[in-house]
Write a protein that binds this ligand. Structure first.
Ligand code: F6P
Length: 345
């Protein structure tokens, strides 16, 4: 029996509540643990701010998007004294171990705290799917489904108006969402951060397609994609960095729409899907892996197997050292891109 703290950090993502519910159900019913939820990521451990999680107050949250705990991009290592405050909170709340649900940043903090003696198990979360050590993170499948639905809808209006539609999706510095949704939505070009693109090549491709009798095109671009010729997105976001030093992305589609229209003469429109991709109910697939991750995380805590992250390897849930998960971001598999490329216009 232990007192287990739990928090959700970084960008929210469909499936967080499914993890929380699984930790609470298995933790309380099978191990007799008590589960304490910290609000708003590391901010809630620093404050401190939290509440007791029970089977009752986590009932019905499985299909709900977002996180009942709230989240933030708070970085305790960016502010003098915050790490000491975290340790004080864990002692004063009698928390024996922490389950941290997050991406690269939240788990990066977990890894450092774990090296300083805090007992932690990580759960990988991000719509970007860019965490090493796991084949998939939960939230990704839902984001891909939302983006694919949007591309399907854009197809019909593109076809009616004979337009080029540019669709910008999230993913930070990885092209997973773009490649998956572009492939599922039958995109005529997919532009990803892993491969700087040439606008003239994109335009030539669209022209070839239109010369062959097609009257519309769909271009999917990841928010982190960059043109080879150095043309920049029309956005003022670049001055904004978060507590982990990440630049706020978004807006490259504005430039691409203008350049395509200017260079090809084809009427173009852009759509930036933005946070819609992170909202709402998780897909069945994400509910299942999130639930399995939650169950596995509470098992790891009960086995006192700290400093690890639960992960999906093929169809199995395994434990990997946090160090392995956080070495390098997991970038797009080139063979996946090659398969998508077969269908470009
Ligand atoms: O990491 C998830 C993500 O949605 C990225 O795809 C995106 O660049 C970023 O978070 C947006 O962050 P915020 O919610 O702070 O605008």
């Amino acid at each position: 029996m232990a007192r287990v703290g739990i928090l959700t950090g970084g960008g929210d993502c469909p499936g967080l509540n499914a993890v929380i519910r699984a930790v609470v159900r298995k933790g309380i019913r099978e191990y007799g643990h008590s589960i304490y939820g910290f609000r708003n990521g590391w901010a809630g451990v620093i404050a401190p701010d939290g509440f007791e999680l029970t089977v009752d107050n986590t009932a019905g949250i499985l299909p709900r998007g977002g996180t009942i705990l709230g989240t933030s991009r708070t970085n305790p290592y960016a502010q003098e004294g915050d790490v000491a405050r975290i340790k004080e909170t864990l002692a004063s709340e009698h928390v024996d171990a922490l389950i941290t649900i997050g991406g690269e940043d939240t788990l990066g903090v977990a890894r450092r705290l774990s090296k300083e003696g805090v007992d932690i198990v990580g759960v990988p979360k991000t719509i970007d799917n860019d965490l090493s050590g796991t084949d998939f993170t939960f939230g990704f499948h839902t984001a891909v489904q939302i983006a694919t639905d949007a591309i399907d809808r854009l197809h019909t209006t593109a076809e009616s108006h004979h337009r080029v539609m540019v669709v910008e999706v999230m993913g930070r510095n990885a092209g997973w969402i773009a490649a998956y949704s572009g492939m599922a939505g039958g995109a005529d070009a997919i532009l990803v951060p892993e491969r700087p693109f040439d606008i003239d090549e994109v335009c030539a491709r669209i022209r070839r397609r239109h010369d062959a009798g097609r009257t519309f095109s769909i271009v999917v671009i990841a928010e982190g994609a960059e043109p080879r010729d150095g043309l920049k997105a029309v956005t003022s976001h670049e001055q904004h960095t978060d507590a982990f030093g990440h630049v706020r992305l978004g807006g490259i589609a504005v430039m691409l729409e203008q350049e395509i229209e200017k260079r090809t003469g084809f009427e173009s429109r852009m759509t930036i899907l933005g946070h819609v991709q992170r909202g709402g109910s998780p897909t069945a697939y994400d509910r299942v892996i999130a639930t399995r991750f939650g169950v596995a995380a509470v098992d790891a805590v009960s086995d006192r197997d700290f400093g690890h992250m639960v992960a999906l390897h093929a169809t199995e849930i395994v434990r990997v050292p946090l160090d392995r998960a956080l070495g390098q971001p997991k970038l797009l598999d080139p063979s996946l891109y090659a398969a998508a490329e077969v269908f470009f216009g």
